[in-house]
Design a protein around this ligand. Structure first.
Ligand code: KG4
Ligand code: ZN
Length: 352
């Protein structure tokens, strides 16, 4: 039996059984990660190798360096993940991989590794959308979570409000018109002299500042649930430059706190509004910015007031990891959505 026939038969058997143990690989940006996930909800093992120190000296991710580091890391990360789970390739039912969106060179490393493993082991290959992975981190953190729900996805590259109608069925309610939330945090942090990626450091610094110290513009967007962060970012940059030009001190903690407050109000107001107006009973958070302490606290307060249940993954499942890819992959496998060995990286892949 050839590979295609064999994996089709295996997929049908797994669908009928409703169970699968999946080895997932993630390499879309600056983390090389692998995880083994059972039935979409249980993480057997997870390994994340971060490249952040490599890119920090350049102030951002350098795609060529990222690709080279993924090449070095992908095999050892997969080996370590299997070892931690006390498993071999023969013990997993399928191989999953992020095939977009992300940096093309970085994605290609994960996709090539996953294809080689799937072919060598004769197992189905499951293609996963990175954003769908972020949303699915919530299934790992909350075993009782089922669609429908609304999810605010705020990462370094994306800011979306989506309605998850069913597993794999999404309606886009709103999105950013310019910068992604994480990108805005990183740029604001950079102006304050914080190293890349500044989002988490700005979050920390803001805890020591006065969030009303700086008046930042109230951002208007054409869509009711759409975001815009560039005005906020520019206002902050101008304020810092003016202070420096006048030889005045830059109160970094106050500026960080004011920026975070404005960004968090914007993110949370629209997410809760979208949830309320679409009749959602549950709101979830996803993506790197979902680990922001201000966003988590504010969403808690606003959802409580609105009578909406808030669910969010722990910070380690908000930033890039492969466990979330393994979770999304399970539901794809159950729908029979496997890829051929001609799977390619799709850098601008959309969720909807
Ligand atoms: O989801 P993610 O790990 O990667 C992408 O898919 O983009 O998100 C990374 C982004 C970075 O911009 C990072 O600065 C931001 O998430 N981030 C934060 C925090 N932790 C990570 N932004 C604000 N506060 C945080 N605590
Ligand atoms: Zn991500």
């Amino acid at each position: 039996m050839n590979y295609e026939q064999s994996v089709r038969e295996q997929t049908e058997k797994l669908q009928a059984a409703g169970h699968a143990t999946i080895l997932a690989i993630e390499s879309s940006c600056d983390e090389t990660a692998a995880a083994i996930v059972r039935d979409g909800r249980e993480v057997v093992s997870s390994v994340i190798s971060s490249q952040i120190p490599l890119h920090a000296m350049y102030g951002g991710v350098v795609p060529e360096i990222a690709s080279r580091k993924h090449v070095e890391s992908v095999d050892p990360v997969v080996d370590e993940c299997l070892k931690k789970a006390d498993m071999t390739l023969a013990d997993v039912d399928a191989i999953a991989v992020t095939y977009g969106p992300g940096l093309v060179g970085a994605l290609l490393i994960g996709v090539s590794a996953a294809k080689a493993l799937a072919y060598a082991a004769g197992k189905p290959l499951i293609p996963v959308n990175h954003i769908e992975g972020h949303v699915s981190a919530n299934y790992i953190a909350h075993k009782d979570l089922e669609p429908p729900f609304v999810c605010l996805v705020a990462s370094g590259g994306h800011s979306h409000i989506v309605r998850v109608d069913d597993y794999g069925v999404y309606t886009l309610l709103g999105q950013t018109m310019d910068d992604a939330a994480g990108e805005a945090f990183d740029k604001a942090a950079r102006v304050l002299g914080l190293p890349y990626p500044g989002g988490p450091l700005l979050d920390k610094l803001s805890r020591e500042g006065n969030l009303h110290a700086l008046k930042l513009p109230h951002v208007q967007t054409p869509g009711r649930y759409d975001y815009s962060f560039s005005g906020l970012k520019t206002a902050l940059i101008n304020t810092v430059h003016k202070l420096r030009q006048n030889g005045q001190d830059v109160p970094a903690a106050d500026i960080a706190a004011s920026f975070q407050h404005a960004a968090v109000e914007l993110l949370s107001d629209k997410a809760v509004l979208a949830a309320k107006e679409s009749g959602a009973k549950i709101v979830t958070l996803a993506g790197g910015v979902a680990s922001n302490s201000g966003l988590r606290n504010t969403m808690n307060d606003k959802c409580q007031k609105a009578g909406i249940r808030l669910m969010m993954p722990p910070p380690v499942l908000c930033t890039d990891n492969a466990a979330m890819i393994g979770s999304a992959a399970f539901y794809r496998l159950m729908r029979g959505e496997i890829a051929g060995l001609d799977l390619n990286a799709t850098p601008s892949l959309r969720l909807v």
